[in-house]
Structure formats: C-alpha cells, structure tokens
Design a binder for this molecule. Structure first.
Ligand SMILES: [Zn+2]
Ligand SMILES: [Zn+2]
Length: 246
C-alpha cells in the first residue's frame, strides 16, 4: 500500500503543511511558520470571544447577551485561517483534523462541558455540499478531546445567507429553524457547540436558545475562527469617537 493511501485511510501520516505545502516529517498538520502566522486576536470580548479594539464586554454582548454563555475561537477569520475554512467547506475533508487540532487547546476553558453539539444542516444542504462539515468537525474534535458528540438538533428549513442581513433580519431568518430531537439527553447538560466559524453569532445564539428551551443547563461555543467585531458590526461608537476627525 502506498504512503498516500495509508495516510488517507488512517489519517496519521501528514507530510505536507496544509497551508504552504512544505514537507513535514513531524506528523504536524501545519509547519511552525504557518501556524505562528495564523491571525490571532490580541484582545477579545470575555463573552463572545470576538476580537475587539479594547478590553471589556463588546457593545453587541452588552446590548443583548448571546444565549451562549461563553464563546472562544482559535483564530480570526482572516488570511490563511479563513482560507483553511473555505477549503474545508469546499470539500477538503482531511482539514477537519487540522481545524479540530487547533480548537483543542481551547477546550480547558469549557472544563464542565459534557458533550459537543454540531450545528445541523438541512438534508438538502448536506447533499449540495457532499458532506456535513459541522458534524465531521465535531466528530473529529470528539476524537481528540474525548467528549461525546450529541447531535441534539435538526435544521428544519433552509435559511437565507446571513451576511447581507441586518441584525433583526438575521434573527427573523433563523427563528425556529432548529428543532431539538434528543431532549432527554439535553436536559440538565452543559453543552459545547462546535463549529468552523462564528460570523454574526446569530446561528450559535439560535441553537443555544433552542437547547436552553429544551432545558440544557448551560451552552458554550467553540469555533476555529471568528470574524472580528468591527468586520461584523462596524466600529463601536466609542472607537468611532476616539478616531481623529478627517
Ligand atoms: Zn507551512
Ligand atoms: Zn461580545
């Protein structure tokens, strides 16, 4: 059996960096240089984990708490980190191990979590993409951290892309789209939603709300990347004021 097929079969050999393609013989999925260059937030909101301009709770979380008690992301959704997510969702399934491997160091922040919950897709969306990227990522992370995967929810209908919608439209777009199917296992549990990216946080909020309505004790979220606060919501008012006038 050749090395490539062994690698595909067992996922244990990885001879090239997933970013630059340089040969690696350490079993790591990213070379040291590429890993060090992935964009990290310097300052984060203690609740949503998003990159913010100054210390403290971000204006979005101040206005209305996300149903997720705490969210953390490994990287900013920029540059090579964003490109890894794109390639993964476009079908490079082997990158699930890379993404999950970088999310693993965040897990101690959720020491009381009892299960990982993927964000579900509709059956149609899974057919279109060819695989359920959220489920695969949660299962891969589960293999690394030992927490079981609890596919607690199904997505009942397609929702419009969130990007161009206002906050109110986003919430209306998602309202009631998740249905909790494993209620007995959700009740009383502390759950950790695992996903590739947090953009507006509305999806995580909607799923966490559904889990809490089904009597989950607490819900957290962990993602590979999250979009910086100012790239989603613009500059918070305080930062706008402090900018010198043109
Ligand atoms: Zn590299
Ligand atoms: Zn926040």
């Amino acid at each position: 059996m050749c090395i490539t097929s062994l690698s595909e079969k067992f996922g244990i050999f990885n001879f090239t960096c997933d970013v630059c393609g340089r040969e690696l013989f350490t079993g790591a999925r990213l070379c040291d240089a590429c890993r060090a260059a992935l964009p990290r937030a310097r300052c984060i909101c203690p609740l949503c984990g998003r990159s913010v301009g100054e210390e403290g709770v971000c204006p979005e979380c101040k206005e209305r708490r996300n149903a997720c008690e705490k969210c953390r992301s490994a990287f900013l959704h920029e540059g090579d980190a964003a490109r890894l997510v794109r390639r993964y969702k476009d079908g490079a399934r082997y990158l699930a191990a890379t993404l999950a491997g970088e999310m693993l160091p965040l897990l101690p922040a959720f020491a009381d979590a009892e299960a990982l919950v993927p964000i579900p897709m509709t059956a149609r969306a899974v057919r279109r993409r060819g695989f359920d990227h959220g489920r695969l990522l949660a299962e891969t992370l589960s293999g690394l951290c030992g927490l079981p995967v609890l596919a607690a929810a199904v997505k009942q209908r397609e929702t419009a892309p969130q990007k161009t919608l206002s906050r109110r439209e986003r919430e209306r777009n998602l309202e009631g789209c998740f249905h909790i199917v494993r209620r007995a296992e959700v009740r009383g549990k502390t759950l950790l939603i695992a996903d590739d990216t947090m953009t507006t946080g509305a999806t995580v909020h909607e799923l966490a709300s559904a889990l809490l309505r089904a009597k989950a004790k607490k819900v957290y979220a962990v993602t590979f990347t999250s979009v910086a606060y100012r790239d989603v919501f613009g500059l918070p008012p305080a930062e706008t004021l402090r900018r010198p006038l043109p």
